[in-house]
Design a protein around this ligand. Structure first.
Ligand code: IVH
Length: 785
């Protein structure tokens, strides 16, 4: 063997080992980057020596040319299905039949019966697959088909990352058929649908359909790009027995490199099975994949043989199912709701149906694009899905059942709440300066705060705990205030009188006084809270904090141009435009004016933050203009050559060509030939000057905040302040507050009851403060409690 061959073998063995540790043991021992390096080294060697490529090489998981059809495969041992149980009684009957069938003593009310040992596994919601290994090499993959004949999907299964192309270790039978489920994780499914949507492709209704659609692709290169996973739950054909229990078999398969369920458990007797079912049921929503029940199997292989089969089901196994998460029902109507920002969104009114134990009569339809994508008509029979805590969704129309009198879904021309005009705006996607109008459309009621629905939502948001924090004003009271015409804008809250409040339903003398006191107390919000309370579309608490911290005053936040806003951490062009147009709007300006007139005193730091003011350069500025085909490198070249924005704008062709290649030089000149582009660039530059952020402005000494760049973690309960308050205080010192501990954590504050985070902090040798020490730290930095 020459040196290249040796190295190729070494790399394959090492990569197989890492794959095994990663996919089967869940204990990766090297970082992903190192894995990628080894992988690329192998790939490069194989490209130079194609004669050395073998089908079991880890590089061969990319799929190959499309087939015209799948060929058929006969299952030597049929792939059976399972009997179902939906309740405890059926499960106990199953156990009784097993006990009887094995001639074991039956119990009575006082117990005393034999406890059969069962293996317990989740029932994954994917599709059953058979994998055939000959002398440890994967030679065939097949679908279940009708149980006797399936389809040959060998090329497809080879692309599934955690299916071993060859078995690990030694001692495997010469012929071994492994059976299990190919499925897609919830996260993989979400990612896939998001990419499909973006690419204008078809989305999948659920992870099961996505897994099936991905695996049964004639073009296996498509399969290779889908996040499929495999979990082994049994064996088929085998030349010699492996172990004498089902769990023994699976553990041995795991040692040979097969992924098996982490939830695999042994139960002694039916009661432990029922406990397992309840436990998994409680954790169902937090599992990373979807399951539709659990599977119990008699653990002893000898007992399985004794029990045998009845028709197409084993007598030794059963699926204990959870209530179905998808049901059929009828779409009675589509109504339209108006949200806080005026968006008019369709809601499905359904013929009530029980889904996973809960009666569902409404489902969200998100927007009209979704209605179009589903091809929905009123009167249709639809599939409703309720997974976990999420709001029920319409996932599919059963077109075959469409009645003759089905009606199309139409957006009302007038707002159903206030009667104002409903405006249709094309969705504008801004990417890299090019505005692309995408196909979708948003419908908005133009009524603003004159629309009761928007006004109510705006006020509910304005008074909420994380916004202005006005306690004592619930949704019902807000509705009443609006309906009775007492409040027509958030500013009117500050003009409410005792007489008006005490007349509201549910208010007595004391609660009225308390509410008025809470309103007065809210008059000194921090700038961040105030910005958040305004309810600017896409501006959540974090963005509000960033705006407040960076710009330092309401005047600057109101004036900031989109281009300047994009200098803020995590503010993209899209959000920057939302913020800018919110403050441009005369109606919104009036509300802010009224609030200030009512004596609101916004607490701000007045100054631009040092990190923000130091963040501009001419090169960076030019890059942010997103001139077509000019990237950061080109922008920097322009900056180096011309030294000022004006010089770049007025440069002649020859000078420009000295800085950039022809295509880019043309692009720059074309860009600045458009008056609007020149004006925007100059206005943004002027604003940077006004804010003292211009690259020529004298820089303030960047002496960031004392905790800038430090990540803190809060754990356990705090007694002197809430976690939110502690977080605010730390952030005011420039710290970031994270939810989990890592080696990068600067300090952990641990109150009583701290658990695993504290243990981890101690293991990592991090600095840990108790609440007392934390308070001392804060006061030491001039932060009052
Ligand atoms: S055992 C003879 N175990 O459920 C026993 N099946 O209705 C055959 N499934 O087609 C199946 N998770 O696709 C078994 N842990 C598990 C399973 C499981 C999912 C699927 C499988 C099978 C169907 C049976």
């Amino acid at each position: 063997m020459n040196a290249v061959e040796t190295r190729i073998l070494e790399l394959r063995t090492e990569l197989d080992q890492h794959n095994y540790r990663y996919h089967v043991l869940d204990e990766p021992s090297i970082p992903d980057a190192e894995y990628d390096r080894l992988f690329h080294e192998l790939k490069a060697l194989e490209e130079q020596h194609p004669e050395l490529v073998t089908s079991d090489s880890p590089t061969q998981r990319v799929g190959s040319v499309a087939l015209s059809a799948f060929s058929q495969v006969r299952h030597e041992i049929p792939m059976l299905s399972l009997g179902n149980a939906f309740d405890e009684t059926t499960m106990r009957e199953f156990d009784r039949r097993v006990t009887e069938g094995l001639d074991l003593p039956m119990g009575d009310l006082l117990g005393g019966g034999a406890a059969v040992e069962y293996s317990c596994e989740p029932k994954l919601d994917g599709l059953a697959v058979s994998l055939l290994y000959q002398d440890g090499m994967l030679v065939r993959g097949a679908t279940r088909g009708d149980g006797t004949t399936g389809e040959d999907i060998s090329v497809n299964v080879r692309t599934v990352r955690n299916i071993p192309l060859k078995l690990q270790g030694s001692g495997w039978p010469p012929l071994l058929e492994v059976r299990g489920e190919v499925y897609m994780s919830k996260a993989g499914f979400e990612r896939l649908n998001a990419t499909q949507l973006e690419a204008g492709g078809k989305t999948f209704a659920n992870p099961r359909n996505a897994a099936a659609g991905s695996l049964r692709q004639l073009d296996s290169r498509i399969t290779a790009n889908r996040p499929l996973e495999f979990c082994c739950y049994g064996i088929g054909q085998v030349t010699s027995d492996i172990a004498d229990t089902h769990i023994g078999n699976l553990k041995q398969l795991k040692a040979w490199g097969m992924p098996i369920s982490r939830e695999l458990k042994l139960a002694h007797g039916i009661d432990e099975c029922l406990d397992y079912y309840r436990d998994i049921g409680e954790r169902r929503d937090s599992l990373p994949y979807e399951i539709d029940g659990v599977v119990f199997k008699v653990n002893s292989i000898a007992s399985q043989r004794e029990l045998g089969f009845r028709a197409r089901e084993p007598r030794w196994a059963i699926a204990h199912k959870f209530p179905a998460s998808e049901e059929l029902t009828e779409l009675l109507d589509v109504e339209f709701q108006v949200g806080r920002t005026g968006a008019v969104t369709p809601v499905a009114r359904l013929k009530p149906v029980k889904v996973a134990g809960v009666t569902v009569a409404n489902a969200t339809l998100h927007n009209m694009d979704e209605v179009a994508r589903l091809g929905l008509m009123i009167g249709d029979t639809v599939i409703i899905r309720r997974a976990g805590d999420v709001i029920p969704q319409v996932v599919q129309v059963v077109t075959e059942r469409r009645p003759d009198n089905a009606r199309p879904v139409e957006v009302p021309q007038q707002c159903p709440v206030c009667g104002s005009h409903v405006e249709r705006t094309q969705l504008i996607k801004r990417s890299k300066g090019r505005e692309t109008v995408s196909e979708g459309a948003v419908y908005r009621c133009v009524g603003r705060l004159a629309c009761g629905a928007q006004l109510k939502q705006a006020i509910i948001h304005f008074v909420s705990r994380r916004a202005m924090d006005i306690e004592g004003l619930g949704e019902k009271s807000v509705e009443q205030l609006v309906d009775e015409g007492l409040v027509g804008s958030p500013a009117d809250l500050y003009a409410l009188t005792f007489e008006q409040v005490v007349d509201l339903e549910g208010f007595a003398e004391l609660s009225s006084r308390n509410l008025l006191a809470a309103i007065v107390d809210s008059k000194k919000p921090s700038l961040a809270r105030f910005i958040y309370a305004l309810g600017i579309p896409d501006v959540g608490e974090e963005t509000a904090k960033v705006l407040a911290r960076s710009l330092g005053s309401l005047e600057r936040v109101q004036a900031a141009l989109p281009h300047v806003l994009t200098y803020l951490p995590d503010v993209g062009l899209e959000v920057a435009h939302e913020i800018h147009s919110f403050f441009e709007d005369p109606h919104n300006r009036q509300v802010i004016k009224d609030l200030l007139r009512h004596g609101l005193q916004i607490q701000d730091q007045g100054e631009l933050s040092a990190e923000f003011s130091a963040s501009t350069t001419l090169g960076g500025f030019l890059d942010k203009l997103h001139i077509p085909s000019v990237g950061p490198g080109g922008a920097q070249k322009l900056a180096d050559k011309f030294g000022s924005l004006e010089a770049v704008m007025d440069a002649d062709w020859l000078d420009m060509r000295q800085a950039l290649p022809e295509k880019q030089a043309n692009a720059v000149r074309e860009f600045f030939a458009i008056a609007a582009n020149r004006e925007q660039a100059l206005a943004a530059e002027q604003q940077l000057r006004d804010f003292g952020m211009h690259w020529q402005s004298e820089k303030k000494v960047v002496e960031g905040l004392p905790e800038a760049g430090h990540t803190w973690v809060l754990t356990g309960s705090l007694e002197l302040m809430s976690r939110d308050v502690a977080k605010d205080k730390l952030e005011s010192l420039g710290a970031k507050v994270a939810g989990s501990v890592s080696a990068k954590t600067h300090c952990v504050v641990a109150g009583p009851g701290a658990g695993s985070k504290l243990t981890k902090a101690n293991e990592l040798g991090l600095k840990v403060l108790d609440e007392q020490a934390f308070v001392e730290f804060l006061t030491g930095h001039g932060v009052a409690l």
